[in-house]
Design a protein around this ligand. Structure first.
Ligand code: HEM
Ligand SMILES: Nc1cccc2nccn12
Length: 293
């Protein structure tokens, strides 16, 4: 079976709820980011990009373990445009814990905090990722292209070992928060309608809104509606493919079903390529609200 990165239990004494709270407070303090959408969505994207470059067939496997998104070599990948802001939000927290947390654990935990503080499902999380040196930085270009169709999306996620359509549809449901930025990705919008609440709205919009394919200012095709919402071609692929569409309908009608599948798929994304000991604890975190903070 393929080589796995072995999780370390060296940092078992770190209080990860305290780290969670520090990240959650950074999100609260930076609520003006991106016209008051706030910093949750971009931190969620950071965790996904820190993990989504995994490829078990390559010599350099990537994934979250080595924390390689900290290197400019990876952060400067055009796919990662806009994420330096998110990394800079986390730097003071990394310094505060003074080597009692790894970058891979910090980046993935930030994704858990973002989802939960935006009202999404609880995400189980384990520590034990160990910083790798610059030799472990995966080649740029392993993250997905938004100008593609359903088969491309399915094949892309098969590389990340997501073989079930419902996992793939659930993961892309994270597009319920934040927005696209022309200067980052060549896509723009939604205008005004962007949200920072983690719900099944993305799936409901896919089914109920009237979408018009238009060329945007950067010359890319995107779908727009009359309320200022937008969808990427890869978003629209979820209702163009029969199997994906059935799942979009299920998640649009049952948010708890979306939450359940997202929780396990996001955990799997963050742990791709890592072997954890049986004894390594699975942690669940309380939100700031649940702690009355
Ligand atoms: C087919 C797969 C995917 C494609 C092609 C894709 C593409 C994109 C693009 C082009 C943007 C706009 C970036 C910008 O202009 O700032 C974006 C934003 C975002 N993506 Fe995805 N994405 C995919 C899957 C995912 C997954 C699996 C997650 C998380 C589980 C995710 C979370 C986000 C979030 C939260 C944002 C908003 C970021 C912000 O508001 O700054 N995406 N995505
Ligand atoms: N918020 C957001 C981010 C990325 C892609 C996308 N498609 C529709 C909405 N959306």
């Amino acid at each position: 079976n393929e080589v796995q990165f072995a999780a370390s239990n060296k940092l078992k004494n770190t209080n990860y709820q305290n780290v969670y709270n520090d990240i959650a407070n950074v999100i609260r303090e930076n609520d003006e980011h991106d016209d008051y959408i706030g910093s949750g969505p971009v931190l969620l994207r950071l965790a996904w990009h820190a993990s989504g470059q995994f490829d078990s067939k390559q010599e350099i496997k990537g994934g979250s373990y080595n924390g390689t998104l900290r290197f400019d070599k990876e952060l400067s990948d055009p796919s990662n445009a806009g994420l330096k802001y998110a990394f800079d939000l986390l730097k003071p927290i990394y310094k505060k814990y003074n080597h009692q947390i790894s970058h891979g654990d910090l980046f993935t935990l930030a994704g858990v905090v973002a989802v939960q503080e935006m009202g999404g499902p609880k995400i189980p999380w384990r520590y034990g990722r160990v910083d790798g040196d610059i030799e472990t930085v995966p080649l740029n270009g392993r993250l997905p292209d938004a100008n593609q169709n359903a088969n491309y999306v399915r094949n892309f996620f098969h590389r990340l070992n997501f073989l079930e359509d419902k996992e793939i549809v659930a993961l892309i449901g994270a597009h319920c928060v934040g927005k696209t930025h022309l200067k980052n990705s060549g896509f723009e919008g939604p205008w005004g309608a962007a949200t920072n609440m983690f719900t099944n709205e993305f799936f409901r919009n896919l089914l109920t809104e009237k979408w018009v394919l238009e060329k945007n200012e950067a010359g890319n095709q995107q779908y727009n509606n009359d309320k200022g919402y937008m969808m990427l071609p890869t978003d629209m692929a979820l209702v163009q493919d029969g199997s994906f569409k059935k799942i979009v309908e299920e998640f649009a009608n049952d948010e708890s079903s979306f939450f359940k599948v997202f929780s396990s798929a996001f955990n799997k994304l963050l742990e791709n390529g890592i072997k954890f000991e049986k004894s390594s604890p699975v942690l669940y975190f309380k939100t700031l609200d649940e702690q009355d903070i």
